[in-house]
Design a protein around this ligand. Structure first.
Ligand code: SF4
Ligand code: FES
Length: 247
């Protein structure tokens, strides 16, 4: 496949960015999208040009680093996959592909396609943990009865990889799908009950402080989420917040 790439280039957070056109040739349909980007960067390095900066780590859909907006969609045109799992067979020979960073006020661009998502880390630090007795009297987790339904729902919420696609997709740059998942994974389990009220209040307060917008129920985040995190998690977070504020 021969492709034209229109890529957002930005030297650093203080510089103005612009779209720049590149050509790549002989791209195999079996390559992943990041492998195609590697081919472009090799080409740029060989011609003494600055390679395109993009985030990646696991390259298997686990770490949530590969945040790219491809042809107007977070993680590109496929469903239930991250950019690193997106295959070039989703595109056709001669296609023009537009590649931009995730855009949100709370995700400032650091360079090219790399954005600063440390706002997510600060939300996690505000309450995304549980207290466990590690004094030697730790209770065996398997000795705590949990219904299959609650365990499955908690596990589904815990599959959120913190990629930020929900924020990039939302017209309000809302982080409520992410925060809803992080609150839900503990709210559904007995281990999460000790800090439950403080957790939801602190995480929502930090989310607002970071400048994320509110949810207006358009549901775009759920469609673009590579892990299929359900909007039910936002509803659960709102219920948890209501309960916490009545205490
Ligand atoms: S909810 Fe989905 S889209 Fe949002 S950060 Fe988690 S995995 Fe990514
Ligand atoms: S590089 Fe880890 S999820 Fe894509």
């Amino acid at each position: 496949m021969n492709l034209t790439l229109k890529i957002w280039r930005q030297k650093d957070s203080n510089s103005k960015g612009q779209m720049v056109d590149y050509k790549v040739t002989d791209i195999s349909e079996h390559m992943s999208f990041l492998e195609m980007m590697d081919v472009l960067n090799e080409q740029l390095v060989n011609s003494s040009e600055e390679p395109v900066a993009f985030d990646h780590d696991c390259r298997e859909g686990i770490c949530g680093m590969c945040s790219m907006y491809i042809n107007g969609e977070a993680h590109g045109p496929d469903r239930g996959v991250t950019t690193c799992q997106l295959h070039m067979r989703m595109f056709k020979d001669g296609d023009t592909i537009t590649i931009e960073p995730f855009r949100a006020a709370a995700f400032p661009v650091i360079k090219d396609l790399v954005v600063d998502r440390s706002s997510f880390e600060r939300i996690q630090q505000a309450g995304g943990y549980i207290s466990v007795n590690t004094s030697g009297n730790t209770q065996d987790a398997n000795a705590i009865p949990i219904s299959k339904h609650a365990a499955d729902e908690a596990m589904d919420a815990a599959t959120c990889i913190g990629c930020g696609a929900c924020v990039a997709t939302c017209k309000n740059s809302s982080a409520m799908l992410f925060v809803g998942a992080k609150v839900s994974q503990y709210a559904l389990l007995p281990q999460g009950q000790i800090e439950a009220a403080d957790r939801v209040k602190n995480m929502v307060a930090q989310m607002d402080l970071e400048g994320f917008g509110n949810c207006t129920n358009t549901g775009a985040c759920e469609i673009e989420c590579p892990k299929g995190i359900s909007l039910e998690n936002i509803a659960r977070m709102n219920r948890e917040l209501m309960k916490a504020s009545l205490k």
